[in-house]
Design a protein. Structure first.
Ligand code: SF4
Ligand code: SF4
Length: 384
């Protein structure tokens, strides 16, 4: 590690090992970058004041970790791959952006688990298996103590997994994930704003610019920024996937009383359930096929976490469909068994992916847009 002083008398800490640290998170060929800037020109989301990816690659190569941590741009990238297609030296800048987001996720996470999950297969697979066994253990315990009963005649999911217990589990899970995510968000705020000595943000700007956060949240739902990328199909796919997530999350967490039923009646929640299952299943299958065939630019390189996420998503939707079919056909024991298997897949996926993995970008991306806006305003105020 070395410290250098710039002309503006601000000290910069140089960490020579930083570049290889980022590469461990998946930026394979970025060392081929000769800083021509073609990727920044090609990027449809790079704008004046928040240019990327060339600048960020430069910081990484120079070992300027604090600089990279203070920039919200990695989260402004939607991973369309246009920059990688345009790069004359196949340095894969899109992959670099993805690897940087994994690295940042691990830095925001104070528990250190995210880093372990990204860099160690033993930790990632071991934790998924341990959580799945914990869920199995809870059902065994509930059955032994009589909290859960298995009716032999007709399927009764409400006896097997009483809604009040599912509500309590939802609250514990949601509360834990919220605490982890909010504390990570505060660390993101620290790195991007508090620790960036080049700009001081007046308190009132956080309130006057809050609109940027809500607009960013809305664009997360519509995924509108994808439409600026060359491959419009990715926008449609991502929109379909996000709408599937939001639908199933709302059904399971908010509307469990009307979603988890024992009879065969059909209502709007059944249709919404079919919609979200189709979205998760089809997009997971299509993405796995594309990654296997390396069809799209952004699917040429796959980190283990990419595969794991898609496989878990596919299995969650797949077991959810069988659960529904077995219940409709009144297959009692197969229904209970697949119910437990379904939760043994969906539960660990949520616990690992939401605060420590890929899904955390749903929190970080709107925050990054908000932080970028308040920083830009603060700089304008300082300049005038
Ligand atoms: S990543 Fe490629 S396009 Fe971008 S600056 Fe480096 S060499 Fe140029
Ligand atoms: S992947 Fe797309 S959005 Fe991300 S830096 Fe490259 S061109 Fe820009």
């Amino acid at each position: 590690m070395a410290t250098i002083h710039t002309s503006s008398k601000k000290a910069l800490t140089v960490k020579p090992e930083f570049f290889s640290t980022i590469k461990k998170f998946g930026a394979f060929d970025v060392s081929a970058c000769f800083s021509c800037g073609q990727c920044t020109v090609a990027c449809p989301l790079s704008v004046s004041g928040n240019e990327f990816p060339r600048k960020l690659i430069r910081y990484a190569k120079l070992g300027l970790e604090d600089k990279l941590l203070s920039h919200p741009e990695p989260w402004l990238c939607y991973y369309c791959g246009d920059c990688s297609t345009s790069c004359p030296s196949q340095a894969e800048p899109g992959e670099f952006m993805m690897a940087t987001r994994r690295y940042l996720t691990s830095r925001y996470d104070w528990t250190g688990l995210s880093k372990r999950f990204y860099l160690s297969h033993k930790w990632e697979f071991g934790s998924l298996i341990a959580l799945a066994l914990l869920i199995l253990g809870i059902f065994v315990f509930a059955n032994i103590t009589g909290i859960s009963t298995m009716e032999g005649e007709n399927v009764s999911i409400d006896s097997f997994a009483p809604k009040e217990w599912i509500h309590i589990a939802d609250l514990i899970l949601g509360g834990t994930l919220a605490i982890l995510l909010l504390s990570n968000a505060f660390r993101m705020f620290y790195y991007i704003i508090l620790n960036d000595k080049s700009v001081k943000v007046p308190l009132k700007l956080y309130f006057t610019e809050i609109r940027a956060y809500f607009i960013a949240g809305l664009s997360l739902v519509t995924q509108f920024k994808w439409s600026k990328c060359d491959n419009k199909f990715r926008w449609i796919k991502h929109l379909f996937l996000v709408s599937g997530y939001i639908t199933i999350f709302s059904l399971v967490v908010v509307f469990i009383d009307i979603f988890q039923v024992d009879d065969t009646r059909w209502d709007i929640t059944s249709l919404l359930g079919y919609y979200s299952s189709a979205a998760l299943l089809l997009i997971a299958l299509e993405s796995m096929w594309s990654r296997y065939k390396k069809k799209e630019q952004v699917h040429k390189f796959s980190h283990t976490s990419d595969w794991l996420f898609l496989i878990l998503l596919f299995l969650t939707a797949f077991t959810g469909i069988f659960l529904h079919l077995f219940r409709l056909m009144n297959f009692t024991y197969p229904t209970y068994i697949i119910y437990v298997i379904h939760l043994m897949i969906a539960g660990p996926m949520l616990i690992i992916e939401v605060p420590f993995g890929k899904w955390s970008h749903m929190l970080y991306r709107p925050l990054a847009i908000y932080f970028a806006t308040v920083k830009a305003k603060a700089r304008m105020l300082t300049a005038t």
